[in-house]
Structures are given as C-alpha cells and as structure tokens.
Design a protein around this ligand. Structure first.
Ligand code: WT7
Length: 653
C-alpha cells in the first residue's frame, strides 16, 4: 500500500475521553446540523456563550450574503475569554509566555483579568478609545499583545493587527484604510537573543498620517527609541495609573470584533471583518473539537498573532474555552532546531499546532532532534496554512508524534474565522496529507463549474454553501468587494455560494484533499501573497515597465515568488543582477521581507492575450520548467513564449 493510501485510526485510549469519541458521534453531529441547521447552531450558542441578553433569532439570511447570526443577543468577547473563568480557574495559567532567550512567565486568569482591565482603562481614560474606534496593533509576540486585543474587545473597539514583519509602507496602508485612531506597538523585542525594533517602523509609517492621535509603546527590549511629544506614550508608565476594574461594553452579536488585512488576487489587501458572537462561538467549538484540550493540558500554537491563526488559536479560542495557551516570542530554530521540542519538554505541552513550512525546516535542520527530548506529553499535532507534503507528514507523525498522536490537518482561511475541514482526533481515521471531512455544521462542498457536486477524483471549487457563524461579514468599507470577492465565482442551485479560491478533490471514501489556490494567490510559507500586491510594489521601481509574478514550488516555503520583469532600459547582465537586488529592495520597503522574490528574470515582453491580459498560467509552467500545454496561438505575440523559456532556462538568478 502506498503511504498516501494508508489509513491511521485514532488512538483508542485517547478516543475514550475525547469530546467526539468515534465516527458515529461525528456523523450524528453532522446530521443534526443538516437536518436542523438553526437548531444545531442555536443549541451550541446557548451552551457555549455567556449572554448578557439572550438572542432571539439564530440566523437571518434575508439580505444574503450579508447575514446576521444570533440577533439581539448581547455579550462581550473579553468577558467570554476572561471574566467567566474567574469563578473556577482564577489561579489556572491562562498564558505561558516563553521569551526568545528562554525567559518565561506564567499569567493566571486572575492576572490576565487584571492586566486586560487596566489596559482597557488606559485606552478609555487616557486615549479616549470608544466603542467602534479602530486600533491598530503592531506588536511582537509578548503577552501585552493579547492584553491589547482583549482590552479593545472589552471596550468594543475594533482591533486591526498588522504582522510585525510588514514594512512601514504596508503598515501605513492598513492604518489609513482602517482609519485607526490609536496604534499600539512595542519598542521591539528579541530574536535570536538580539534586540530588534518595531517602533522606528511605526514612526516612518505615521510620518504623513494625521488620523492617528496616540501611539502606545510597550517597552520590551528597552532599546533607545524616539518619542513624539503628545503622540507617543509608554505603556509601562501609563498602566501604573489604572485600576483593575473596567466595565465591559455590552456588545451586539453582530458588532465588529476585529479587522485583519489579507491578500487577494487583485487590488490592495482587504480588511476582513469578523463580528463578535459567531466568531467567538466557532473559535471555542473548534478548539474543543479539533484539539480536544483538557482541563490540565497545555496547548501551543506557534503562529504569530499577526495572522488569523494567532487570533483564533493563540488568543480567542484557547481563552474562550479556559485553556492554557503558550505564547512564544522567538524562532523555532534558535538556538537550534530542537527548540520546539525543548519547549514541549519544559512545559509538558499536549497539543502542538504549526505550519508545514515549519515542519519542513525542523525536519531538514534537525531530523533527530525530537528524539533528544521527552516529548511524550504530546497528544495532538496540528498543521495549517498550506497542503502538507507526505514526507513532512510522515516525519511529523513518526518522529514528533511517536506514531501515537493524531495529526489534524486543519483547512481554513482568514475569512472563515476558524477551521472548516479537519480531522477530529478521537474519531476521524486519518489519511496522510488530507484535510478529511468538513466539521459538523460546516456545509463545505466541492462543486464543478455547473454548480454540481464534483465527481470522485475530479478537481473542483471548494465552496461553503451555507453561511456559518464565524464567516467574514464584510470587507472593511467595501460591501461590493465583499460580494464580488467571495460570492461571485460559484453557484449552487442557481444561488451564489462562498468560494474559497481553493481547489479540492473527493476520494472514493468522501475524503477531501485540498489541491491549492485556483486563483493568482501565492502561498509563501503558509502566508498569502497577492500577485497584484507584489506586482504593484515592483512597479514602484523607476526602471520597471511591466511585471508579472507567479508562484514556483519551493522545498521549504511551499511556494516561492518568481517575477518576470520587463525593464524600460536595455541592460547588461551585470546591471540586471544589480537591478534584481534593487527590485527586492523595493519590495522590502513596500511590503516586507516575506514578499521577497526568489527568482527575478528580465524578459522582453509578457505573454498577453489580445485584450491585454497576462497569461499567468504560461508563466507558471515556465517557472516550473514544465511543458507548455496551453494554446499560445491566441496570444498577441506568441513568439514571446519561446523567448521567455530560453531566458529562464539560461539564467535563473
Ligand atoms: C489559504 C488561507 C488558515 C490560517 C492560515 C492561512 C491555504 C490553509 C490549509 C490546509 C491546504 C491550506 C488555502 C487557503 N490553506 N490551510 N490545511 N491545507 N491548504 O490563512 O492566509 O487566510 O490563507 O491557506 O489555500 O485558502 P490565510
């Protein structure tokens, strides 16, 4: 039997105490949702959320795709994540912080409550932050980032976290699009035992921005920074003035909780808007079902809070269920590729959640490292962000999981808020590198172009055919873009349905395998990079006339970025080398290091249709070194294809 066809059954002992113990229970839940969709969601919403006013209607689809969940319900997400645990968990660890240099700190639920309340009071009393205001958070992985998120939620302010690896220019775009009133940042933090800086990036970003009134700076590495009088304030100083009681704002189920910008295939990044009740409900339910975290467990997700994984599965999900969540400031390969396993041993971590790209790096750099530590506490291993390749899966399963841990290959997106398709560890028989089945309540279907369910083995569009509680509610400030980006490309029974942008296939047992993006989005190390965004950055170089970027398979990153550039001037080889460096320099300024190109080739022209559309499929094939199977006769100038192939074959930079 080939590795891919092998089936791994859940560990019996684990299954006995799991929340979903077998496929029968799983299927019963799925059936419950299919037969009584509103009953299913209403039951869990009543059970899992502490409402200050109960909802009166489960789902209003009358204005679809603008939907409303749990109408008239009132709650506060910070109360869900903090206050309600004070009754029986006040001395339980809420956050275990592990610093880059090995320093650690345990924050109990009581301490979390005090810190969040004080933080909220600071924002309210000293910065005048009110319900509905937007607050940008540009922070390292330190507990204050979680306090900041929960403090915003407490006041009903909408946070928008910008990943600390984004450049000043990218930060500025996001601050302006969200019209943020306050930015919360840190002087910097530590990486590989050395301080690195964030505040100078904020200074550059805000140079010509007038809407931001105040900048709050958490002093973490205590390096010297500039302070703008009247705008910049030290958190470490101001927090001393605040007390630990701040009334939580009563929020409507559908009041926005946060924005998170993400790339699409066209245009600028979109501000994905998530609202309160539905989001927190599914964050908690998936934590419980997919990771099956128990009362005394310690759970670690290695993501950064700058991405959706960090939002849902470091902060909101774990805290909503009252779990202990680990936050890690450093990088997984420092001081060596055994760091994660040393941390598993040190904190006796039970669930570990990371991305295939990290697994590949840890495998390559430290194949035998897991064996050097006592990692027997592990029960569930998760992966997210991109399809995992079978060799990485095998190493993860055997060497990290000791062939006894379930691997949950969780498929989801920024827009879905939480997991959509994933094994559940006590029930699902697992096939390597396969996301398996939609979770109960999630109506995921692979559809063909006619809106019919795809046949076994036929690649189709991965769609979600009914609204779900944690779905994106809007693209910030742009309702048309929300509708056209997500509900314009697939239909079922003649009605528009949510299309993820991903392709997928069913196998003969109904298992779903994700095949990857069907649009022009590139997945670099599990992070989405929009082609349009990277191309717009490259075009800022004075000497660039035209550019097209595509993804190219990369051993560690999954995909790397491959750019085809037409220059304005004729250049020599040496000048082109210099130009490639300059182009990556521009990307660094415009977006950040995560979008740097692995390959830049200079060509005389791009393959375009007569209407001027760049045929990226051809460029993708050339980058991969594949045969061109597309018909090139419809191109404006078919001869460009051969010329590009020649250049690529001779000079991959
Ligand atoms: C895209 C979403 C969801 C948090 C991290 C990324 C790809 C995600 C899987 C998986 C195959 C996956 C998809 C998706 N993706 N998880 N388990 N198997 N592909 O969030 O930046 O919104 O990216 O990541 O292509 O559309 P994101």
């Amino acid at each position: 039997m080939s590795q891919e066809k092998q089936v791994f059954h859940p560990n019996r002992e684990f299954a006995e105490t799991a929340r979903i113990k077998n496929m029968c229970e799983f299927e019963n839940l799925t059936r419950f949702a299919q037969e009584d969709y509103e009953g299913f969601w209403g039951k869990f919403a009543e059970e899992k959320i502490e409402w200050s006013q109960p909802f009166t209607n489960v789902l209003d689809e009358s204005n679809a795709p603008f939907v409303k969940w749990f109408e008239n319900g009132k709650l506060n997400v910070s109360t869900q994540c903090v206050d309600r645990h004070l009754v029986d968990k006040k001395n339980k660890a809420a956050i275990i912080f592990e610093g880059d240099r090995g320093d650690s700190e345990i924050i109990t639920y009581l301490q979390l409550s005090q810190n969040v309340n004080k933080f909220a009071n600071l924002l309210k009393n000293q910065f005048n932050v009110k319900k509905g205001d937007r607050v940008v958070i540009y922070m390292p992985m330190i507990p204050e980032a979680a306090y900041a998120m929960l403090a915003c939620a407490r006041l009903g302010a909408i946070h928008s976290i910008v990943f600390g690896g984004f450049s000043a220019e990218a930060l500025k775009d996001r601050v302006e699009d969200a019209e943020a009133k306050v930015v919360i940042t840190a002087d910097g933090a530590f990486r590989k035992s050395k301080p690195y800086m964030l505040k100078p990036v904020v200074d550059t970003a805000l140079k010509d921005v007038t809407i931001v009134e105040k900048v709050l700076v958490v002093e973490r590495n205590h390096e010297e920074i500039e302070w703008v009088a009247g705008r910049d304030y030290s958190y470490n100083e101001l927090i001393k003035n605040e007390n630990a009681h701040c009334e939580a704002e009563e929020m409507d189920s559908e009041d926005p909780l946060f924005l998170l910008y993400t790339s699409g295939s066209t245009g600028k990044p979109k501000g994905v808007q998530h609202n309160s009740a539905g989001y927190i409900l599914w964050a908690q339910m998936t934590m419980e079902w997919v990771f099956d975290v128990k009362e005394d467990d310690t759970y670690w997700c290695t993501a950064d809070i700058g991405w959706i994984t960090g939002h849902t599965y470091i902060v909101y999900g774990p805290l909503a269920m009252g779990a202990t969540t680990v936050m890690f400031e450093g990088v997984p390969t420092y001081p060596d590729a055994g760091r994660p396993w040393a941390m598993v041993e040190k904190h006796r971590i039970n669930q570990f959640y990371t991305a295939p790209t990290a697994i590949r790096v840890l495998h390559k750099m430290g194949e035998d490292e897991p064996g050097k530590y006592d990692i027997s506490s592990l029960k569930v291993l998760g992966t997210v962000g991109e399809p995992i390749d079978p060799p990485a899966w095998k190493w993860y399963y055997e060497s990290v999981g000791n062939s006894k841990c379930a691997i949950v290959d969780t498929y989801w997106q920024t827009e879905t808020g939480g997991h959509m398709i994933s094994p559940v560890p006590g029930a699902t028989p697992i096939k390597p590198a396969c996301a398996t089945f939609a979770l109960p309540g999630i109506m995921a279907e692979i559809l063909d172009d006619d809106g019919k369910k795809a046949a076994v083995g036929e690649k189709g569009k991965l769609c979600i055919t009914r609204p779900w509680p944690s779905q994106i509610r809007n693209v910030w400030g742009d309702e048309d873009r929300y509708v056209s980006s997500y509900f314009g490309d697939a239909t079922k029974d003649g009605k528009p349905v949510y299309f993820s942008g991903d392709g997928a296939v069913y196998d003969e047992d109904g298992y779903i395998t994700i095949t990857g993006r069907m649009d022009d989005v590139i997945n670099v190390s599990g992070h989405r990079m929009g082609t349009a965004e990277v191309e717009a950055a490259i075009k800022k170089h004075d000497n660039v006339a035209e550019v097209a970027v595509v993804g190219k398979p990369h051993d560690l990153k999954g995909e790397g970025i491959f750019a085809y550039v037409v220059l304005k001037s004729e250049d020599t080889m040496a000048e082109e080398m210099e130009m490639a460096k300059e182009i990556n320099g521009v990307i660094k300024v415009e977006i950040g290091n995560i979008a740097l190109c692995d390959n830049i080739v200079f060509v005389d022209g791009l393959p375009k249709t007569r209407s001027g559309k760049v045929m990226r499929r051809i460029l993708r094939a050339i980058a991969k070194g594949e045969e061109i199977t597309q018909d090139t006769s419809t191109l404006e100038d078919p001869s460009v294809v051969g010329k590009i192939e020649e250049i690529v074959n001779s000079c991959i930079l």
